[in-house]
Design a protein around this ligand. Structure first.
Ligand code: NAD
Length: 270
């Protein structure tokens, strides 16, 4: 894969203070881009911004007014916006009791004892607040970021937006329906907006990472994680750096024919 030089370009990366977002920031900065690091954690955003000689934009991506204001501020400061990576996200909080029930149910299913399985009640137990929070950060945040970026990119007839979905948006799993639904929504959003702006020089694409070794997955039950890794044909999780190569490709001019397209990097999981 050949890479063009990003010197002179400005990239705004949400959730850039940790994991994948920090890896994307480092990768784009390595090719010369000026990075604006968003995060809800000021300390996390500052650490990456200082390392890369970039700027911080500390706000919650679910706050549309803050998103508009911070993107406008970045454009005022740097004179342009070339790349927007909508990456900020959360995982459903760990629920040891439900995880244990799910493991026991899997054993019962393998033994053919379906009538002994206990309903996990993941859906009926999901609160309005948890559903809203997941939608707000992932789906609304991606919409707000896409809209704020397009206000500058479309008049410039140039720009690349990369939305971070998930393999769970393509292959939803029981027990994470709000996460999977939000991530599937990001795919639809990307395709719709990508088609709209393709004639105007702006590209919008989505990346669906498989299971990546980042702080997001640290609280996951090790047995559950081992069971997932067994389902990955590649035999291991991805590194954030591996995903950063794909995002770098989509952010820059080498991906000039990618418009409203969706790219998984899942080690064969999807
Ligand atoms: N790690 C994986 O296996 C995996 C797989 C598929 C998709 N993803 C997606 O990749 C993205 C990045 O995940 P990660 O693994 O790097 O997680 P991470 O927890 O390491 O990093 C996420 C960052 O987003 C920030 N953040 C959370 N809520 C925010 C908000 N409301 N506003 C601004 N910033 C906020 C956090 O502070 C954190 O710094 C997420 O959208 C996640 O759903 C991750």
């Amino acid at each position: 894969m050949s890479h063009g030089d990003l010197t002179g370009q400005v990239a705004f990366i949400t959730g850039g203070g940790s994991g994948l977002g920090a890896a994307f920031a480092r990768r784009l900065a390595a090719d010369g881009a000026t990075i604006v690091v968003n995060d809800i954690s000021a300390d996390a955003a500052s650490a990456v911004a200082i390392e890369l000689n970039g700027d911080t934009a500390v706000f919650d991506v679910g706050d549309s007014a803050a998103f508009d204001a911070e993107v406008d501020k970045a454009v005022e400061r740097h004179g342009r916006l070339d790349i927007m990576i909508n990456n900020a996200g959360i995982a459903p909080p760990p629920d040891p009791e439900r995880t244990q029930r799910s493991i026991e149910n899997q054993m019962k299913r393998m033994e053919g004892k379906l009538d002994e399985m206990v309903p996990p009640d993941s859906t009926v137990g999901l609160s309005d607040a948890d559903w809203d929070r997941m939608m707000r950060i992932h789906l609304y945040g991606t919409f707000y970021g896409t809209r704020a970026a397009l206000r500058h990119m479309t008049p410039a007839r140039s720009g690349s937006i990369v939305n971070i979905s998930s393999v769970l948006g393509l292959r939803p799993m029981a027990g994470a329906l709000h996460y999977a639904t939000a991530k599937a929504g990001i795919i639809a959003l990307t395709k719709s907006v990508g088609q709209e702006v393709a004639p105007f020089g702006v590209r919008v694409n989505a990346v669906c990472p498989g299971w990546v070794d980042t702080p997001l997955l640290a609280p996951m039950d090790p047995m559950l994680m081992a069971g997932i890794v067994m389902q990955i044909p590649r035999g291991r999780m991805a590194t954030a750096g591996e995903l950063a190569e794909l995002v770098r490709f989509l952010a820059g001019p080498d991906s000039s024919y990618c418009n409203g397209d969706v790219f998984a990097a899942s080690g064969g999981f999807v």
